[in-house]
Design a protein around this ligand. Structure first.
Ligand SMILES: [Zn+2]
Length: 202
């Protein structure tokens, strides 16, 4: 792949873009695939370049830290927890580079907010699950994928067989779509090894 067009390998430098428009980058994949780590990596590069960076995550996600974005491998950046996507607009300040983690918890309102932010010149980097535990599209990430200029799909490693893990295996039988948790409730699996254990399976 051409290095210059791939944000994961080069990080986008706004000065290369003569127009005033912003854009949307989506980092998606299953749990344990390094989405937050990749988001932190891109945001750090922007900070090093002295760009104004703001980082948001939904309040539902307090697994690790209320005011930091923390990846499973322990890299972290200060972040703001918000109750809704609309709150991002209110707390944006002067930021021109925005990181939004756990996009799947924001609902479809996030699509319109990202569109507005990109239209006003922001670089918007969104990370989130593209599928739920049943492998159904987990909105609003699929809608954001359709809207985004740059897409990165991260893969984990299947804990059963070692193949590329594109799916999140829920280890318990609850059928609610959202159950917040980490290692003890979920693991990464490949297409072949993934199974749905939910009670309401039909
Ligand atoms: Zn497997």
């Amino acid at each position: 792949m051409n290095e210059a067009t791939h944000p994961a390998s080069t990080d986008i430098d706004r000065s290369h873009y003569p127009h005033r428009s912003g854009w949307i980058e989506v980092i998606c994949g299953p749990m344990f695939s390094g989405k937050t780590e990749e988001l932190i990596r891109r945001l750090r590069r922007a900070q090093i370049a002295k760009q104004e960076v703001a980082i948001f995550k939904p309040q539902i996600d307090d697994r690790f830290s209320a005011d930091h974005l923390v990846s499973h491998s322990d890299s972290s950046l200060p972040s703001t927890s918000v109750r809704s996507a609309r709150e991002i607009m209110e707390k944006l300040g002067n930021a021109t580079v925005l990181g939004i983690d756990e996009a799947q918890f924001f609902g479809n309102e996030l699509v319109e907010i990202c569109r507005k932010l990109a239209a006003q010149g922001c670089r918007v980097i969104v990370a989130g699950l593209d599928q739920d535990y049943r492998c159904d599209p987990f909105e609003p990430v699929p809608q954001l994928l359709a809207e985004a200029e740059y897409i990165t799909k991260t893969l984990a490693i299947c804990v059963k067989c070692g193949a590329p893990g594109s799916r999140t295996q829920r280890l318990s039988t609850e059928s609610e779509r959202v159950i917040v948790g980490a290692q003890d409730r979920y693991e990464a699996r490949c297409r072949y090894c993934h199974e749905i254990l939910a009670d309401d399976q039909s």
